[in-house]
Design a protein around this ligand. Sequence first.
Ligand SMILES: Nc1nc2[nH]cnc2c(=O)[nH]1
Ligand SMILES: [Zn+2]
Length: 465
Amino acid sequence: MAVKGIPGRAVYLGTFIHSKSLEELEYLHNSAAFVDEKGAIVAIELDCDQKKAEEVLLPKLGWKKGEVTVNVAKPGQFYFPGFIDTHIHASQYPNAGIFGKSTLLDWLNTYTFPMEASLSNLTKANLVYSRVIQRTLSHGTTTASYYATIDVPATNLLADLCLSLGQRAFIGRCCMDTLSPDFYRDVSAASSLADTKATISHIASIDPTYALVSPIITPRFAPSCSSELMHSLGALQKETGLPIQTHISENKNEVKLVAEMFPDHASYTHVYDNHGLLGPKTILAHCVHLTEEEVDLIKLREAKISHCPASNSAITSGTAKVRWLLEKGIEIGLGTDMSGGYSPSILEAVRQASLVSRHVAMEGDEKTKLSMEEVLYLGTRGGAKVIGLEEKIGGFGVGMEWDAQLIGLGSVEENDFNGQLDMGAVDIFGWESWEERVAKWIYNGDDRNTLSVWVKGRLVHERKL
Ligand SMILES: Nc1nc2[nH]cnc2c(=O)[nH]1
Ligand SMILES: [Zn+2]
């Protein structure tokens, strides 16, 4: 096994599963992936056992046996691309599960703003951010698009921690100069812009090519941003080419509020569009109550969508019509939206995306149901497209980077019910097909099945058994 934290040349042997397309998972058995010291996949060989890998393929690459870590997955285990969380609030992690019967606007005031404000204490921010990174890594999240808080030092700290703990991340300093409590708001549009630039400079200083950690421009949502602020953030995007993330059309009262605050704009989506915030690098979270005209505008601008099913159910925002959005040709990924969502796990988001699509089906149309192949695509390749990294991550291929998780499901023989060897809640009897194993993982799996996690070739999490 590789020493945790030190990347190097490696070969991975066993079964690989990833999305070939939205509808199809590809199962590669007895295969090998060769990963160089920069974390790039340089070769994938089918029908390749350890002997062939070591005796034939390593010499072909000019690699010596002794300098390569050989990882052999056990029978039944499989490598899967790391999950991509396209929308998560690092600063809300301590509130995961705490939402009572609230809905969005009262939830923000009751739970969210006080917690976020409290993270200007850097000791507390360090505790929360270290833990959320470790927790999400342990669930197989290799890339996260994070919202931090308005506080620059704490937001910079989140970037530092992602870099040191090895998680690929987009880091957003939350911009909010309007309709927010006095104890938690930017003092002006100008200061909000300046603070955003300060975080961008910090990230550029610690990761100049944004190889692992990148800034993301983050207007919280239209109700907490003045028109002046949104215009300046739109201009900043044009100047820097950085991605943007925000919320849209999550809750009916929020949509009403936006219509009242921005009466001169045709819709919520037009508010962002008219401020230069809607483009191919924009990630829009939720999209529950959009009109057809808005969806067409999102498609026209090539903006992307983060579907957050656990959050939409927990704070009773509604059911996003994912099949409709997919049929419009929009790229969609999954977000935990923790702590609107109660779970740090994208596997949970995968499961909830499946279930929510069944609720949409119960409202009328059977074809809205998402298959297990489709929901896994959203959690991996779909997410990669949403954050513009589809050439690098979300699947296995030569030239891509090794962001991966090793999954192990418990066999009934090994999985001691009294907790001697706890391989989680999935019992494999041995007669299941590979498709059935994956389905069992989706619906009953958890972090106990995530045995090892790598980002850019670096081992960043390993489950102690
Ligand atoms: N779910 C969610 N929606 C928002 N809209 C504005 N801020 C937030 C937030 O923190 N979470
Ligand atoms: Zn959110």
